[in-house]
Design a protein around this ligand. Structure first.
Ligand code: SF4
Length: 339
C-alpha cells in the first residue's frame, strides 16, 4: 500500500478514506533502535546543531541509506503550514525537492472556524482523490477506536492500572494507528482486557506531563521514584478522545496547533479533574515552544497554585537518562511527595 507521510497530526481519516497508509514520521524515528545515529546522520548531511533533534531524526528516516521509509513508497508528504513549526515546513521542502515527493500543505486556521476546517479537510480529500463524504464515513468508523483510547486514558487516572509509558505509547500512536487502524483496535482491546485485571499501581505523586512527547523514556524512572504520569497532554490531543459532533469540530477542538493559552487552559481542566499533584513540562532543545513555559507558569500560578512544576529540557535521544536529568526528576519527586 502506498504511504502518506507527515510530521504532525493531520486528519488521518482522509488518508484512510483514500485507501492509503498513514505514516507519522515521528513514530518511525523515535521507535527506531538507532534514533541517536539518525540525528547524527542529519547533522553530517548539513542540519545545524542548533535545530531540534526531532526534525533531524525525521529527515533521516527518509534520507539515510538504507532508509527506514523508502521514498519510492511515498505518494505524498503532508506538511502543516499553520499550526506546526517552521522547521517542519522547511523539512517538507527539503524532502520533497531531494526525493521528488509531491507535498500537500494542510492548515489549521488560528480562528478555529468550523467552516474553514471543513473546507480544508475537503481540499485535502480532493488532493488524494477521495471525498469529504467518504472521509466522514471513516471518521464514524474510528469513533469506536477513539472511545477505547478514552477508556484507556480513564483507566490511567481512575483505576490506576495503566503505566505512564503505556498511556503515552497508545495515545501517541493514534496519530497514524501504526498504519492499520483495524489491527490497532484489535490489539488495543486485548491490552485493555488484560489491564483491567491488574492490581492498581500505588505511586503517590500524580503527574501531569505537558509539552511535546519526550525524546527519551522518562516514565520508568518516574515510576521507580514514587510518581506516575496519569495525564499526557499532547499525546491525548493526538488521539482525539473527546467526543465531537463532526469531523471539523474534532480538528478545531484539537489544541496542539492553536494558541498556547488555549492549550494550557484545556490541560488545566483535565489536570484538576485528575487531582494532579505535580506537573512536568517537557521542552525540546532549540524548539520555539520552550518559551511557552513562561505562559504556563503564569497560568499554573493562577489556576493551580501550590502544585509544583518542573521544566525539563531534552535534546538528543538517549537509551539511559543522563545524571543531570535523573537528579532533577528525583529531587522534584521528593519535593512533590512531601507536598
Ligand atoms: S520539537 Fe519543536 S522545533 Fe522540533 S519539530 Fe516539534 S515543534 Fe518543531
Amino acid at each position: 500500500m502506498k504511504k502518506v507521510v507527515f510530521t504532525t497530526t493531520i486528519p488521518v481519516e482522509v488518508v484512510i478514506a483514500a485507501k492509503l497508509q498513514p505514516v507519522d514520521m515521528n513514530n518511525i524515528f523515535v521507535s527506531s533502535n538507532n534514533s541517536k545515529s539518525l540525528v547524527e546522520f542529519a547533522e553530517i548531511d548539513g542540519f545545524p546543531r542548533s535545530s531540534c533533534a526531532w526534525i533531524k531524526g525525521l529527515y533521516s528516516t527518509v534520507a539515510q541509506d538504507p532508509p527506514l521509509l523508502d521514498y519510492k513508497d511515498i505518494t505524498l508528504f503532508v506538511a502543516v503550514t499553520e499550526g506546526d513549526c517552521s522547521n517542519a515546513g522547511v523539512l517538507a521542502q527539503i524532502v520533497s525537492s531531494k526525493f521528488n515527493i509531491p507535498s500537500h500543505l494542510f492548515s489549521f486556521h488560528p480562528s478555529q472556524s468550523l467552516m474553514k476546517m471543513r473546507a480544508e479537510i475537503e481540499r485535502f480529500a480532493q488532493s488524494l482523490g477521495t471525498t469529504l463524504a467518504d472521509t466522514v464515513t471513516v471518521w464514524k468508523e474510528l469513533k469506536a477506536v477513539r472511545e477505547d483510547l478514552r477508556r484507556l486514558d480513564e483507566m490511567s487516572y481512575e483505576n490506576n492500572v495503566i503505566t505512564g509509558q503505556e498511556n503515552h505509547l497508545w495515545l501517541v500512536s493514534a496519530s497514524d494507528f501504526n498504519g492499520d487502524y483495524k489491527l490497532f483496535h484489535q490489539e488495543l482491546k486485548l491490552f485493555l482486557s488484560q489491564a483491567e485485571n491488574r492490581k492498581p499501581f500505588e505511586q503517590k505523586v500524580r503527574i501531569g506531563y505537558l509539552g511535546v512527547p519526550p525524546i527519551f523514556d522518562i516514565y520508568d524512572f518516574i515510576e521507580k521514584h514514587n510518581g506516575r504520569v496519569i495525564f499526557n497532554e499532547i499525546q491525548r490531543q493526538f488521539a482525539m478522545v473527546e467526543s465531537t459532533a463532526d469531523i471539523a469540530e474534532q480538528y478545531c477542538n484539537y489544541s496542539y496547533p492553536y494558541s498556547a493559552e488555549y492549550r494550557f487552559r484545556k490541560a488545566i481542566v483535565e489536570m484538576k479533574k485528575r487531582n494532579i499533584t505535580a506537573v512536568i513540562h517537557y521542552v525540546q532543545s532549540f524548539c520555539h515552544r520552550h518559551i511557552e513555559d513562561i505562559l504556563l507558569r503564569k497560568i499554573m500560578a493562577e489556576e493551580m497554585p501550590g502544585v509544583p512544576l518542573l521544566t525539563l529540557e531534552g535534546d538528543k535521544p538517549q537509551s539511559e537518562l543522563d545524571g543531570r536529568i535523573r537528579t532533577r526528576i528525583e529531587a522534584f519527586l521528593e519535593t512533590a511527595e512531601r507536598g
